[in-house]
Design a protein. Structure first.
Length: 234
């Protein structure tokens, strides 16, 4: 069991997950060890709401924020399912720009795409490091695009891999960071909302080995709403 699973057992529900995410980002920005701030972003509806709220934080100097992606679907950049489109629409365009944005190219030869982003991540970890990595949790317990029974779960050398969901529940081939990237971040925040996530949260709390529970970074923050933690409507 990873530290994330152990911590989840003691988590209390959060009333407003996007607001708490925005406050945490502001806090981590203020206490950043370097001149700039590295954010690794996520996808999904909860992430979109989090970035909408984060974009309202005037206390963050967004010109100093460098944004990367934790995973991407093998779709064109402007596809509705593309994480990079979500980040652009809900954060970067809302702000009028950030310091830099380095999305994952995920069309064509995915192994080559993964190798290219692997090098981006190696340079990042050799340099400033990751200040905050944002993750979600799927109804099946996956995080980033790390799926149950996938070879990526045991990958320790490569930092970005081409992957897919062996169970076929999640569409599209993917690119994903691996645990060595996640666990190297100064702070990992997992945001989880809605009753459709309750079963995954319950399974992790009960000790089942699901991908989201394997996160082992030094500083892990769970932001989980009442519906996801307890089940039922809000």
């Amino acid at each position: 069991m990873g530290r994330a699973a152990e911590l989840l057992r003691t988590v209390q529900p959060v009333d407003d997950v996007p607001e708490r995410f925005a406050a945490l980002l502001q806090e981590r920005f203020a206490s950043r060890p370097g001149a700039r701030f590295v954010l690794v972003a996520s996808g999904g509806a909860t992430a979109a709401a989090c970035y909408d709220r984060a974009a309202e934080r005037a206390e963050v100097d967004w010109s100093l924020v460098d944004v990367y992606l934790g995973d991407e679907r093998a779709v064109p950049p402007d596809d509705p399912d593309a994480n990079q489109r979500l980040v652009r629409e809900h954060l970067i365009e809302a702000l009028g720009g950030v310091g830099s944005f380095t999305p994952m190219a995920a069309t064509g030869d995915l192994e080559r795409c993964a190798a290219a982003y692997d090098e981006v991540l190696r340079q990042l970890l050799r340099g400033p490091g990751i200040d905050l990595i944002h993750l979600g949790v799927g109804p099946d317990g996956h995080t980033a695009s790390l799926f149950a029974s996938a070879a990526s779960l045991t990958e320790r050398e490569r930092l970005c891999v081409a992957t897919c969901d062996p169970a076929g529940r999640n569409p599209h081939d993917r690119l994903s960071v691996t645990y060595p990237v996640i666990d190297a971040a100064r702070t990992v925040v997992l945001t989880v909302t809605g009753p459709e996530k309750h079963e995954a949260i319950r399974r992790i709390r009960d000790g089942e080995d699901l991908p989201a529970g394997r996160v082992a970074a030094a500083d892990i923050r769970w932001l989980v709403d009442e519906a996801a933690l307890r089940g039922g409507g809000r």
